[in-house]
Design a protein around this ligand. Structure first.
Ligand code: PGA
Length: 245
């Protein structure tokens, strides 16, 4: 499978920041890994026009294709702008917008219907980890959030411990290995052989300085990167580490 270096710009970036895409494209023209940037929705069209080799994605979509949903954006609208991916169920949306597994599941199906690849995010809070519930939480989220029609072509799963996002805290490689092995095993049971090829990303405070260690972990097929994806100077070393893993 081709590994995936994914950047989530969150609510950062204006047109001027597309310069970073040009820099990345120049540096990684013939990369052996897939590169994805998910800018804010305001930049999707311009970002897609600005690059040939970097895939562009959205950070959320609505579960319905169209309708009276002021301020929302649908999966077909995202696809219409040339985006190929959409992040679904990021923990910031699960927390701030109270998104449930059922809503995440419905959004992923909407993404498939529009021909988009869903990057479905799961992960435990610190309280849940401290209570020894991590694998229970991941199992529940996989069962609830990942549609039965998910396969290695239309779905990427991102393991993002909530306590590691934007905090500088990173799980140990043993903790990442345990979570990723659990996800692989669970997906093989729930989805059959396609679960073997579904890309499993780690996300949460990935940087150039820790990327080599993280990418050496079994069943880690790439990363979903927030803060360190905003500039080519920070994201470049992470892509290089993935190429070399
Ligand atoms: P971070 O964010 O890399 O800034 O921790 C990761 C994410 O939210 O996907």
């Amino acid at each position: 499978m081709r590994k995936l270096a994914a950047g989530n710009w969150k609510m950062n970036g204006t047109l001027a920041d597309l310069d970073q895409l040009h820099l990345l494209e120049q540096a990684f023209k013939d990369s052996s890994v897939d590169i994805l940037i998910c800018p804010p929705a305001t930049l999707i069209h311009a970002a897609n026009s600005a690059t040939q080799t970097i895939s562009i994605g959205a950070q959320n979509c609505h579960a319905q294709a169209k309708g009276a949903n002021t301020g929302e954006i649908s999966a077909p609208q995202i696809a219409d702008l040339g985006a190929r991916y959409v992040i679904i169920g990021h923990s910031e949306r699960r927390q701030d917008q109270n998104e449930t597994d059922a809503e995440v599941n419905a959004k992923a199906k909407a993404a498939y219907d529009a021909g988009l690849i869903a990057v479905i995010c799961i992960g435990e809070t610190l309280d849940q980890r401290d209570a020894g519930e991590t694998l229970d939480v991941l199992g529940r989220q996989l069962a609830g959030s990942v549609p039965a029609t998910a396969n290695s072509e239309n779905t990427v799963i991102a393991y993002e411990p909530v306590w590691a996002i934007g905090t500088g805290l990173v799980p140990t490689t043993e903790q990442i290995a345990q979570a990723h092995e659990f996800m692989r095993t669970t997906l093989l049971v729930s989805h059959g052989s396609t679960g073997q090829d579904m890309r499993l990303l780690y996300g949460g405070s990935v940087k150039g300085s820790n990327a080599n260690d993280i990418f050496a972990v079994a069943n880690v097929d790439g990363a979903l990167v927030g803060g360190a994806s905003l500039t080519a100077a920070d994201f470049g070393p992470i892509i290089t580490a993935l190429e070399q893993a």
